[in-house]
Write a protein that binds this ligand. Sequence first.
Ligand SMILES: C[S@@+](CC[C@H](N)C(=O)[O-])C[C@H]1O[C@@H](n2cnc3c(N)ncnc32)[C@H](O)[C@@H]1O
Length: 190
Amino acid sequence: MEYMGNKEYWDEKFVSRSDNPLNPEKSIVENIEYFKNGTILDIACGDGRNALFLAEKGFKVTGVDFSSRALERLEMFAKRYRYSVNTLQIDLSTPNPLNAIGIFDNVLINHYRLNKQQLKHIESHITDEGILFICGFGYKHKVDSKIREEDLIQATDFEDIENSFELINDAENLDDRGFFVTYIFRKRKS
Ligand SMILES: C[S@@+](CC[C@H](N)C(=O)[O-])C[C@H]1O[C@@H](n2cnc3c(N)ncnc32)[C@H](O)[C@@H]1O
């Protein structure tokens, strides 16, 4: 799915941003201890505020997004701060978009919503006891012209992965940006 807009919408949004990355997501900073040491796949990474933070903390990060402008900015920031971050331009709305991407110790999905089928597919891209970290606008967030009902994370999104993942932490937060949810899952040993 396209989250809030198509590629042109996001390209334009990233081009008009300032010359510095935004701060990383608060929930990621506060919950960093849950990540497993090693690699992280940052899905719909944007221009990399979280990828950069995680690279700084020593993780080996791969960011995927369909916006070439976002990835160019992420590459520029990574070079500026001398972090090594892999980037791949992938449209997540195409069939099996992550097939060739390999396996990671952690998958981060921050402010993007995968459908149930895509979430199920993520299973095969996470190592045993690896982490699936999801954060974004939750089911009580206000729907408006930009954020549609289908963009909001619902607890039922995770019904099909319950057997293979254990929910190790979850939180709901209301602030001036809206209603946020965080779900942190650990993949069970096979
Ligand atoms: C709200 S931003 C979140 C960016 C980043 N995860 C963060 O937390 O700053 C949503 C991101 O989803 C990307 N996106 C939207 N639809 C997509 C699609 N079909 N395939 C890949 N990326 C997509 C946009 O380019 C944008 O970078």
